[in-house]
Design a protein around this ligand. Structure first.
Ligand code: ADP
Ligand code: MG
Length: 339
């Protein structure tokens, strides 16, 4: 079995295992937050998510979506619905009869600054699919996220399970409190293996005919406790790149986002990084490889950006991905010609 299949299978096998207190444990792939990235998104401090104060207000009218079994109880839904935490912090974690779950409220309807930066960069390097997909905000983003979560789960990808849908929030399984960006930043002894595993998982997503969009390191949840640690799952699907690009473009967009958000903080020899990229990209569809080669060709000159951290993370993140892109072109002249 190839590696990305193994990772997806391990995750599927772990799911729904019972934890020590008898609750349902979702061991899909694990999360926690540092750093917004140039192509980044907002971060909610973990503490505020965990400090949820249950409310004793009367039963609210909860707009029901299709509910999967087993379901949250009425009193749990009431507690979640009336809580101020997710309204204030956008996400909030609750302990329930199904284990730990997370409620996610709407994002305001506005275009975040990173999207504008990304649009600018996409124009600068003439790689249109580098552009960030539209985040509509509000109910539309929620509708997209639920649709994407269900499609990805149906394809066997380890994403949270949607447990309840209301008009202004939804509830999903909680995957864990550590994420890849943080693990890389801490220079965890298994950082490189986790980076490689997440890249394997990305290839698995694409092999299933799917795409992620916001595959920043911070949206890749890691279970840091086991030895070795494992990728626990993927989160954050409020946009749908297929609104503005083709499937192969969305898959290359995934690669660029993944590399841009991780390489700058991955302290591994470049030969090892390149070897993983070569091996995994070889398993992508020819169209994806060709588009990736095109993007690499156009991004490569940005390697002239400064590498020093004093120029800020956004700059060194682009520099790191551009340097990798340039090395890619050097090793794959054939692919570039085929574009
Ligand atoms: N299913 C989940 N399991 C664990 N943590 C989650 C989950 N969903 C969201 N989070 C936490 O909430 C934060 C914000 O959620 P996310 O879906 O990434 O929205 P956004 O980044 O658009 O605000 C994440 O960075 C993560 O810390
Ligand atoms: Mg996020």
């Amino acid at each position: 079995m190839c590696d990305h299949r193994r990772i997806l299978k391990n995750v599927a096998n772990n799911e729904n295992a019972c934890n020590d207190d008898g609750g349902l444990r979702v061991d899909a792939w694990g999360c926690e937050g540092a750093s917004d990235q140039l192509f980044g998104d907002t971060h909610v401090p973990a503490q505020s998510k965990r400090d949820a104060a249950p409310s004793e207000a009367p039963t609210p009218a909860i707009a029901g979506g299709p509910m999967s079994a087993p379901a949250l109880t009425e009193s749990e839904l009431r507690r979640i619905h009336t809580s101020a935490g997710w309204r204030r912090d956008r996400v909030e974690v609750f302990e329930t009869s199904l284990g730990r779950v997370i409620a996610k409220g709407h994002r305001p309807t506005r275009s975040p600054a990173p999207q504008r930066v990304l649009a600018w960069l996409a124009r600068l390097v003439r790689v249109p699919f580098l552009r960030a997909p539209i985040v509509h905000g509000g109910a539309r983003s929620q509708e997209i996220e639920i649709r994407r979560l269900r499609a990805l789960r149906a394809a066997g990808i380890p994403v949270p399970k949607v447990l309840h849908v209301a008009t202004d929030f939804f509830v999903m399984t909680w995957l864990g409190g550590d994420h890849l960006a943080e693990v890389l930043h801490r220079r965890h002894p298994h950082a490189f293996a986790l980076w490689r595993d997440a890249a394997e998982a990305l290839v698995g997503v694409h092999a299933a005919g799917q795409y992620l969009s916001q595959c920043f390191g911070r949206n890749i949840i890691v279970h840091a406790e086991p030895d070795p640690p494992v990728i626990a799952g993927l989160i954050d699907f409020e946009d749908d790149p297929l609104e503005i690009m083709s499937l192969p473009e969305a898959q290359v967009h995934d690669w660029l986002i993944y590399l841009q958000s991780t390489l700058w903080d991955l302290h591994a020899p470049r030969e090892q990084v390149d070897a993983v990229l070569d091996r995994l990209m070889a398993t992508e569809r020819a169209e994806v490889r060709a588009l990736f080669a095109l993007a690499c060709k156009r991004l490569g000159w940005l390697r002239i950006l400064p590498e020093s951290r004093i120029f800020g993370r956004d700059t060194i993140a682009v520099q790191a991905v551009a340097a990798a892109a340039h090395r890619w072109v050097g090793r794959h002249r054939q692919d570039a010609v085929a574009v």
